[in-house]
Design a binder for this molecule. Structure first.
Ligand SMILES: C[S@@+](CC[C@H](N)C(=O)[O-])C[C@H]1O[C@@H](n2cnc3c(N)ncnc32)[C@H](O)[C@@H]1O
Length: 385
């Protein structure tokens, strides 16, 4: 323990400390604590996030000079303390009776500087092998002119992913990217969790285009990213056999988004990030006289249907126990398909979920709509009622 404390102090002094996580508190008063280097009041600090059993997170800062003693000294309350530094990583396991086991591992990649601008998870000008392979950067790390908006989109997406980290497990992580296409996001997400945060991550990418899946699998193999898995198939029939912590889907067409969302819910995903696309289903169903002044114009009907589709998806996710937010994903000038639904599993009271469902069913009734997502989640909603 003394050796571990000294090694950690050295890393903190040389700015090699990346991250630490404490989990499995014996008295269950805290779910998890994470520690990362930060700048607080213009001075180096260690930021601490404490996740409580009721889902709340408390934030505080610690002096780097006393952090190693505090972390190791307080480790007796936790079953597991994981430490990631540039020079080494270590897992400290404690038993309730005071047993101690320390396992050392290789160093973790450097942390993003704590004072770096938030939107620079992928720095422009820095070469990333996966971006070169995906044709976004050239061999010198310059973003191709035609790929500037894609680069911004990936960076913005990673920001959104970063914001969901408190809702995810701090250890091993499983991510699904459904309707992944060229899998830009999957590669970026793998890079972020594995190399920026130092977590073990498995990313499962599914798409029905065999050639695209084969190409992406080749890239992952060339990069040596063995935590990435590619599955060719229809997401209606063919899903990974490992449950996801996070489900992603960008621009899955029409009801493919409903399949994504309902499979994410049924498989217990803690975080869902979905950017819907071409919402046609409702446009062919809506029959509400009070909306005729809009629906009589085909273009307006299409736009209204798209908004209603996504609003209904959000309400249904709430009925399934998710806290939901919608975000502008990227500059509308880059793509008009820039809405992102962000859902995080939460301990929502039964009455709130029930009210959301009743509201949802009432709206569908007045629209004379029978959305796919509702049908796909019918059993789930009945069982969890
Ligand atoms: C517009 S692309 C988006 C690709 C990628 N997510 C992106 O944003 O770059 C839609 C993708 O969804 C895939 N897709 C649509 N329906 C699908 C289904 N039922 N099962 C599997 N893949 C599907 C298509 O093959 C296509 O690659």
């Amino acid at each position: 323990m003394q050796k571990l404390t000294e090694k950690l102090k050295e890393e903190i002094n040389s700015r090699g400390f990346v991250r630490a996580v404490q989990s499995g508190r014996f008295d269950r008063t805290v779910k998890k604590r994470t520690f990362t280097p930060a700048i607080h009041k213009k001075a180096p600090a260690i930021a601490c996030e404490t996740f409580m059993p009721d889902g709340k997170a408390l934030h505080s800062f610690t002096d780097p000079g006393s952090f190693a003693d505090e972390l190791i000294g307080g480790s007796g309350d936790y079953r597991q303390t994981d430490i990631f530094c540039e020079g080494f990583s270590a897992t400290l396991l404690r038993s309730p009776k005071g047993g101690v086991h320390i396992k050392y591992g290789p160093g973790a990649p450097a942390a993003r500087p704590a004072d770096a601008p938030k939107n620079y998870i992928l720095e422009s000008g820095k070469k990333y092998d996966f971006l070169v392979m995906l044709g976004i950067q050239d061999a010198n790390g310059r973003v191709h002119d035609k790929k500037q908006s894609k680069f911004r989109q990936i960076n913005r997406f990673l920001q959104i992913v970063e914001d969901t980290v408190p809702a995810l497990p701090g250890g091993d992580l499983t991510v699904w990217d459904l309707c992944c296409g060229k899998s830009y996001l999957s590669f970026a997400v793998y890079h972020y969790f594995r190399y920026v945060r130092g977590q073990n991550v498995s990313v499962y990418c599914v798409d029905r285009k065999a050639d695209v899946i084969a190409e992406c699998a080749g890239y992952a193999q060339a990069l040596g990213w063995d935590g990435m898995h590619f599955i060719c198939g229809d997401i209606f029939k063919c899903l990974p056999d490992v449950r996801p912590d996070m489900v992603l889907s960008l621009h899955a067409c029409d009801i493919a988004t409903d399949i994504v969302l309902s499979e994410a819910v049924k498989n217990g995903a803690k975080v869902i990030l979905s950017s819907p696309c071409c919402q046609h289903e409702l446009a062919s169903q809506i029959d509400d006289k009070s909306l005729y002044y809009v629906t009589r114009e085909p273009i307006l009907k299409q736009k209204l249907s798209a908004v209603l589709t996504d609003a209904l998806r959000c309400r249904l996710l709430c009925a399934c126990g998710y806290k939901v937010t919608t975000l502008e994903f990227i500059d509308p000038e880059d793509t008009p398909k820039n809405l992102m639904i962000r859902a995080e599993k939460a301990l929502l009271p039964k009455a709130l979920r029930q009210a959301a469902l009743e509201e949802y069913d009432g709206i569908c009734q007045s629209l004379h709509a029978d959305p796919t997502m509702r049908r796909l989640l019918d059993d789930f909603l009945t069982k969890t009622r």
